[in-house]
Design a protein around this ligand. Structure first.
Ligand code: C5P
Length: 301
């Protein structure tokens, strides 16, 4: 048996971050959106476990650890242990989501692995159990299963779909050097030692997407990690300014960065902004629409 599961990148339309909890995680109130940049994961029956990956030219060759440390290895171990079996199969990841960029590429791979291996091993895991296993793998893995547009609370792992009447167009600009998520959170703590324990709400933004109002969405995009990411990488501030000067409705750091995303008024505007930004020293500029589906089967044989 061979099957392929596709999982999307995410952006955070709103990322409200509170003061760290006792377990070190930060309480979040976030609005996730799945956008049309995908990693594909192909799983094939085989007696032994093997994991490989194919990367686009623009991604650093060592971006995906393969010596048993990949989040996909952990996803396989967790699912196998849940069912009391031993992991088997040949798994191959075809990457397109920028790595260490604030778009949850590793989380997408983990979600794709859970869906693919559940099917390959024919273990029939319930949706609730898949979501619980996903939460153990990372704060934004449950969202990669769900997709669409969703409110994330807790440390980001509690996800609930929200109304979204728009088709939104984004230009995505990855950086050639990733940023470590824990490092950005630590920097946030240093910059904002008096952060309130309750993260800021997203009421205006939730109204904007429910109404499909692009200008209101542009006005209400919010990321509490942006100042920390820009302080660590000041050039991100220049990039956001350049994108807005070139016609984006709004630019913002995605999650913990350093990828930046720009909201555009139409598909045509996204394509022309992407062309303009790629002519200014950014070798990789991608256009993507959202919301799109979470991890889903795309081929089965
Ligand atoms: O949950 P995940 O493994 O994706 O988180 C990676 C790191 O990001 C955590 O170890 C922590 O440093 C930081 N983090 C956080 N608060 C969150 C989510 C992540 O501090 N809500």
């Amino acid at each position: 048996m061979e099957l392929t599961v596709r999982a999307p990148a995410k952006i955070n339309l709103h990322l409200g971050v509170g003061a760290p909890r006792e377990d070190g995680y930060h309480p979040l109130l976030t609005v996730y959106q799945a956008v049309g940049l995908y990693d594909d994961l192909t799983a094939r029956s085989a007696p032994e476990w093997a994991l490989g990956a194919a990367l686009p030219d623009w991604m650093p060759a060592d971006a995906v650890p393969l010596a048993g440390e990949n989040i996909v290895d952990r996803a396989a171990d967790l699912l196998a242990a849940h069912h009391g079996i031993v992991r088997t199969g040949e798994v191959h990841i075809t990457k397109s989501i920028p790595v260490a960029g604030g778009m949850a590429g590793g989380s997408a791979d983990a979600a794709a692995a859970l869906v693919a291996l559940d099917r390959l091993w024919q273990v029939g895991t319930s949706d609730d159990d898949l979501l619980a296993l996903a939460a153990q793998l990372g704060s934004d893995v449950p969202f990669a299963l769900l997709g669409g547009t969703a409110l994330g609370t807790g440390r980001g792992e509690v996800v609930d779909p929200v109304d979204d009447r728009g088709t939104w167009w984004w230009v995505v600009v990855p950086s050639d050097r990733g940023l470590s998520t824990p490092e950005v959170y630590r920097h946030f703590d240093r910059m904002f030692p008096d952060a309130p324990s309750e993260p800021v709400p997203a009421d205006a933004l939730l109204r904007a997407i429910a109404e499909g109002d692009a200008w209101a969405l542009a006005d209400s995009l919010h990321n509490d990690l942006e100042a920390a990411a820009i302080d660590l990488r000041p050039e991100l501030g220049d990039l956001i300014e350049a994108g807005e000067d070139a016609g984006a409705l709004r630019g913002i750091v995605s999650g913990s960065g350093p990828t930046c995303v720009f909201l555009c008024g139409s598909a045509d505007q996204a394509r022309s902004l992407a062309a303009e930004l790629s002519g200014t020293g950014h070798p990789v500029v991608l256009a993507a629409n959202g919301p799109v589906a979470g991890a889903h089967l795309v081929s089965y044989a």
